[in-house]
Design a protein around this ligand. Structure first.
Ligand SMILES: Nc1nc2c(ncn2[C@@H]2O[C@H](COP(=O)(O)OP(=O)(O)OP(=O)(O)O)[C@@H](O)[C@H]2O)c(=O)[nH]1
Length: 220
């Protein structure tokens, strides 16, 4: 899907993000908490895909996060998979009170890395941190899984808001660092990154310089 940046002239970048993971882990609630700053009461299963966006300031840059919240239910898998392409970042969510959702992580991870991009930046979120008494997955084992699979790991609570903003911002910060270091090229097709108006102004060449296209047309 093509991304278009038409908006405030102060925008440096637009990043496409996904929220993925098994049904009922709290993906929609995490997105709602991040965007609305409150817990989404009576959250129903997502049908297909939902969308949200928020402009954030990270490392001195203004970034618009365009976030696709996907349905975790198996019956929507073919629809949701079609949204993976060209995502720069993802929150991969499991529920700390459900080992089943933790066991499914490997499949979600494979999907993300094959369908989105091998370079996609993924934050592993152990959600429902507030339900400590019902915990089925320890912090330590999830940390090890994250380390083995090169993921950043956080335990979150969409209910209390704990670590929710951190998850999204950490993902954005890592992507920005990778752009700075040259590891990620925003101009690569399917990078999930678009320059905003502010970056485009900086990139624009001064008048009178020879463009690549001009050089190609010249036979000398
Ligand atoms: N206690 C607690 N409950 C949560 C939290 N996050 C979500 N829930 C509850 O978990 C249930 C599922 O939340 P959703 O956000 O709809 O889950 P989902 O992952 O989007 O589910 P699908 O759309 O089916 O993939 C709801 O009843 C929420 O109220 C949390 O951090 N703490």
């Amino acid at each position: 899907m093509a991304l278009h940046v038409r908006g405030p002239s102060h925008l440096d970048f637009l990043f496409k993000f996904l929220v993925i993971g098994s049904a009922g882990t709290g993906k929609s609630c995490l997105l709602h908490q991040f965007i609305e700053n409150k817990f989404k009461q009576d959250s129903n299963h997502t049908i297909g895909v939902e969308f949200g966006s928020r402009v954030v300031n990270v490392g001195g840059k203004t970034v618009k996060l365009q976030i696709w919240d996907t349905a975790g239910q198996e019956r929507f898998r073919s629809v949701t998979r079609s949204y993976y392409r060209g995502a720069a970042g993802a929150l991969l969510v499991y529920d700390i009170t459900s080992r089943e959702t933790y066991n499914a992580l490997t499949n979600w991870l494979t999907d993300a890395r094959t369908l989105a991009s091998p370079n996609i930046v993924i934050i592993l979120c152990g959600n429902k941190k507030d339900l400590e008494a019902d915990r089925e997955v320890t912090f330590l084992e999830a940390s090890r899984f994250a380390q083995e699979n090169e993921l950043i790991f956080l335990e979150t609570s969409a209910l209390t808001g704990e670590n929710v903003e951190e998850g999204f911002l950490k993902c954005a910060r890592i992507i920005l660092n990778k752009i700075d270091s040259g590891e990620l090229d925003p101009e690569r097709m399917g990078s999930g990154i678009q320059y905003g108006d502010a970056s485009l102004r900086q990139l624009r060449q001064p008048r009178g310089t020879t463009t690549t296209q001009n050089k190609q047309q010249c036979n000398c």
